[in-house]
Design a protein around this ligand. Structure first.
Ligand SMILES: C[S@@+](CC[C@H](N)C(=O)[O-])C[C@H]1O[C@@H](n2cnc3c(N)ncnc32)[C@H](O)[C@@H]1O
Length: 230
């Protein structure tokens, strides 16, 4: 069961041109396993080789149109950023934004996040994992598709270094509560949710994306959550 329904992957116009021009610089072209968004389990990601230096590594899951991760990469040139999404048009936009901003500390992977976390990333190699506005799958019968689950949390715990952080945000109150219940029960994670209503204060490194603005316009409250790898 995956947390997404993959819509068209064919790019056109500006998005196709950006992909062709920029994939060589930004895209990690991972060898696949059995599915188009899978990752060959024998392959490992080596940040020092990819970025040509050793720097704290932030991995964003579900980068969407790339606004948050590109802004963060520009604001923190001393960190490296890896954006993971299955939405090719979004990754193309992200690369265009990164190029326009002159960001050299960012790479993208087009793959299913659990596959990336299960084998591609080495254990203890990541400083922060970000999951901002994961698809809420609001219908009860679809809850099983939600990305944040006990099994996924164990994969995140596996790649985070001790003291590393998992930052999450959602505009879906019931999903926020489910995330908190799920992650509070993970022994490898210590909650740092010391803000309003038992959630985390807004993470200042997270700029507002279109998804957040839509949620606010619809009257929803934005919840941040933060966990630290024990
Ligand atoms: C609701 S959007 C939020 C995008 C962005 N974080 C923002 O705040 O604007 C969720 C994103 O997660 C991606 N996604 C969902 N499941 C995924 C998975 N298993 N692996 C990688 N990306 C995934 C979707 O393709 C989509 O781009």
């Amino acid at each position: 069961m995956v947390s997404f329904v993959r819509r068209g992957t064919r790019l056109q116009g500006k998005q196709l041109a950006a992909w062709q021009r920029l994939a060589g610089r930004y895209l990690i072209d991972v060898p696949r396993g059995s599915a188009a968004t899978s990752v060959d389990p024998t392959v490992r990601f080596d940040a020092a080789t990819v970025f040509g230096r050793r720097a704290p590594l932030v991995v964003e899951i579900g980068s969407g149109l790339g606004d948050a991760v590109v802004a963060a990469a520009v604001a923190a040139p001393e960190h490296d950023f890896l954006a993971v999404d299955v939405y090719r048009p979004g990754l193309s936009d992200l690369m265009r934004k990164a190029d326009r901003a002159g960001a050299v500390n960012i790479r993208v992977i087009e793959a299913n996040a659990p596959d990336v976390f299960r084998t591609l990333l080495a254990s203890g190699s990541v400083d922060e994992v970000w999951t901002f506005f994961p698809d809420p799958w609001p219908k009860k019968r679809h809850h099983k598709r939600r990305l944040v689950s006990p099994a996924f949390a164990e994969l995140v715990v596996g790649v985070l270094r001790p003291g590393g952080r998992w930052r999450l945000a959602t505009d879906w109150q019931e999903y926020a509560e489910q995330m908190r219940d799920t992650l509070d029960a993970v022994s490898g994670l210590a909650p740092a949710n010391d803000g309003p209503d038992g959630f985390a204060p807004r993470f200042p490194g997270r700029i507002a994306t279109g998804f957040e603005r839509k949620g606010i316009a619809a009257g929803r409250v934005i919840r941040d959550l933060t966990y630290e790898r024990r």
